[in-house]
Write a protein that binds this ligand. Structure first.
Ligand code: ZN
Length: 199
């Protein structure tokens, strides 16, 4: 079915023609993605590209299933599994992570059409990590997760993460702040509790 065939909104001269683009580079939720075989509308005069919303949705699904296959993005059954491990119903789980019950329902549904946002994905993964390990270095965890998406970022080098043994709280401060406010660690854990907590 011809999806395009209309006059180019850019130049007003050419016609938008359906074109198959092999290895089409795009961005999904701001992350780089290559669509193996994309249907794009291209103007036969100025070359302007037009995108069909349905085709775009197909790319998003392709992207998400690719991430699920690589275990980068939680599948519906994994979200359900983590929620059950926490012993929470949909309402309480939604309250915990700050979304609606309807969202949880959509994300856990078999053959779902709506997947969680990446923000929700990392929060749920962090919960799972907490269940499995007790303590989580959030900064490292998030950076590692991002690396799986093919993006490497440089986190400010003077940020240090300190985990106290007593309260299992994570403090983040600069090295300078650290030097001013803290005694040398005795052993390697247990610092003065003067610090502000980063939650
Ligand atoms: Zn044009």
């Amino acid at each position: 079915m011809e999806k395009f065939g209309y006059i180019c909104p850019e130049c007003g001269k050419g016609t938008i023609k359906e074109t198959t683009v092999i290895n089409c580079q795009t961005k999904i939720n701001n992350y780089p993605f290559i669509v193996p075989k994309a249907i794009v509308g291209v103007c036969d005069s100025c070359g302007a590209k037009n995108f069909d919303p349905q085709e775009r949705e197909r790319w998003v699904n392709l992207y998400n299933s690719g991430l699920e296959a690589k275990r980068v993005f939680l599948k519906a059954e994994q979200i359900l599994h983590i929620r059950k491990k926490l012993g929470l119903n949909m309402e309480d789980f939604a309250s915990l992570i700050g979304c609606t019950r309807q969202s949880i329902y959509n994300w856990e549904k078999k053959n779902r059409r709506i997947a969680q946002s990446r923000m929700a994905d990392v929060i749920i993964k962090l919960l799972d990590e907490c269940l499995n390990k007790g303590k989580v270095d959030v900064l490292s965890f998030l950076a590692q997760e991002l690396k799986h998406l093919g993006v490497e970022i440089k986190i400010k080098p003077d940020v240090v993460t300190i985990v106290t043994s007593e309260k299992y709280e994570t403090f983040i401060c600069s090295e300078e702040e650290y030097a001013q406010n803290y005694m040398k660690p005795q052993g390697c854990l247990g610092f003065s509790p003067k610090l502000k907590t980063v939650s």
